[in-house]
Design a binder for this molecule. Structure first.
Ligand code: SF4
Length: 61
């Protein structure tokens, strides 16, 4: 699976980082950075994408 982030839409809530810290990190600019663009299929990663409050995260596969 492949994860992408729209940093313009991210508000830096940090929810994705809490759910899947190996894949997402809120950087010093207060916007998400994808640490692993092609992570192993993982329920926590899917949850993080679905629960982003601004819909900044997308998933393919
Ligand atoms: S959950 Fe969404 S808005 Fe919050 S830090 Fe992650 S990508 Fe940004």
């Amino acid at each position: 699976m492949r994860v992408t982030a729209d940093r313009e839409r991210c508000v830096g809530s940090g929810q994705c980082e809490l759910l899947a810290p190996e894949v997402f990190e809120v950087d010093d600019d207060g916007a998400v950075r994808v640490l692993q663009p092609e992570p192993d299929d993982d329920a926590a990663v899917r949850d993080a994408v679905q629960q982003c409050p601004t819909g900044a995260l997308s998933l393919e596969g």
